[in-house]
Design a protein around this ligand. Sequence first.
Ligand SMILES: [Zn+2]
Length: 386
Amino acid sequence: MSRCDACGAGELEVFGDLGEIPVLCGVHWADAGEAADSPVGQMTLAACPNCGYVRNVAFDPAVMVYDTTMDTNLHHSPAFAAFSAELCERLADRYDLRGKRILDVGCGQGEFLRELCQVSGASGHGFDAMYAGSTGPDPSGAVFHSGYAPRGAALPEFDLFTTRHWFEHIADPFEFLADLRERAGDRVVHGYIEVPDAGYDLSTAGWEVIYPHVSYFDAYALTAIVERAGWTVEDSGTFFHGMFRYIEISANETSSAGTAARVEDRDRTLAAVSGFARRHHQERDRWEQRIAELVAAGANPVMWGAGSRGVQFLTLADRTRQLAAVVDVNPRKWGRYLPVTAHRVDPPDVLTHLKPSAVIITNPAYKSEIAAQLGALGVDAELLVA
Ligand SMILES: [Zn+2]
């Protein structure tokens, strides 16, 4: 049993065992053997009945080490980049950031912090162990650091902290927030946190449940953890078809009325949790069988999209590599091998020779984009959304 990190009151209860899954789900290898031998980690999901927080209780921080060869960046997607641009405008306007100091923890390759500084006239520090760009001061007003953000007094002072798609990777999310709150002291400080929404991720077969994601938060659990760490909730919402959730928080803001968490959110997550194990195993078996049937029928089934969600699907449903190909639009992945299952990634134009009649995708958000690309290649295939 382990105590809930979010509310600090409940005891986490195990509800799902995904077995061993790839640790480095966003990495690809030049050598098939090395890809096959890449590390795996145990995924054992547990939930707090009190607040709906979900965590991999088998997570081992010693195996999950981030470095500059990895990139979990979402800015490659034009839709995500467009949302980021809007977010910069909104934050700059709402918090009057001119001359203020921003701290971006998990800054990726710096796209968001750079843009936020430029739009708002703020300066800032960005930290990320995966940051591979040039370090130090940047013309935008940002200073980039390649490495984990320090804790305690070594952390630069800030008026606004932002952390996008990193909070769910941290092994000690409560201590992280409590440390930021302590650094704020008596100053008026704001925070913006963005994570995948647990209600969405846990309603599927588990293609989104990847090893780097230690925690799964909905609005209720996110509110519980920020409030326990001494912050006030200003606002929360979802975007991208409900896939992503943000929460805006403050400290020492006297004008703030705060926003109450809705128990319906927790109950929706707990309902997804209670059906998860059965759904997960059914979907795994169903897709394995479906692929076998498509192969037997001569459909040459392929998968489009070799991101972490695709890797998880292959691990769970195509471990023996029955698919005719895995393709991706990212040229850096072509000819390289995915972790553990060692599927090779090919450019989409191999489909003109393979002529598949079934193409599996794992992200419904890209369905129309991929359908158009198949059309342009002259491939007439059924798109199957896993
Ligand atoms: Zn809890």
